[in-house]
Write a protein that binds this ligand. Sequence first.
Ligand code: BDR
Ligand code: CA
Length: 311
Amino acid sequence: RPQLLIDTDPGVDDALAILMAHAHADVAGLSIAAGNVGIGHTVRNACTLVDLLGAATPVFPGCPGPLVRAPEEDAAFVHGADGFGDVGFPAPAAAPADEAAALALLRLARERPGELTLVALAPLTNLALALRLDPALPARVKRLVVMGGAVTGHGNTDKVPAEFNVGFDPEAAHVVFEAFPHFELVDWEATLRHAFDEDEFDRWLAAGDARAGFFGRVFGTARAFNRRKARRGIIAADALAMAVAIDPSIVTRRESRHVAVELDGRLTRGATVVDWAGRLGRPANADIVLEVDQVRFGAMVRAALGAAGEG
Ligand code: BDR
Ligand code: CA
């Protein structure tokens, strides 16, 4: 089984990705970022998930905000004020570890050289801090899979043609994209191409176990938001990135390009710039995932909800 170290800001689609990770891989830890909502909520939500799963996965609290500039928006309007659909879960029994996320990332990568796949499902603040502390980190991990960016410039933030994770902390994304000679990028537009049919997804939720029951509850605000936006289907960005992290053979189409982050820009701070035409003369750092096998992606999600038989 793959060994994953997940940087995440749960978050509804983060929750689904974390369920998938525990169903299909060994999870070395959850390092927690601020993003969808504040760090207090994202740490607590990660602990709630650990309780649900009955797992011993450590939760490492991360940086409470971006490296440089305070963000203009979070994503509470999608995920709920508490990041988990404002369901009102009781305080979790699991407690976060007494080790900062960036330090835990470095320690675990040192302890298991070449074994861990880093899965970044949140603004890249913790990873950037870790890289600044120890630039040798990329050589110590097996792969880095990032959910982030908007390679054709559509994006999902309000004011800029950017994707939320990169737009929330552009400097952090810049540090990570410059430091890693090679990473896999699952961008926002890929997630739109890999939505699930709502009726089909509801059948999985109805057929699944406690994990499906849980996800059905946290998912309410995000579903309502998508409907207001007239988006079709169930969009789960972090789940798609997780599928790629768990099994890279699921990818059916990819392009290797240099990807950078715009840090200034009158209209484009936080946008990802893909050098499609090779003008920058820089080596490709990113494998951009364009298409995955949707049937296998669905099977991975179903298994994570305890609805594997519901083909
Ligand atoms: C990303 O932003 C967050 O709101 C989601 O959890 C996902 O990581 C999608 O742009
Ligand atoms: Ca996320």
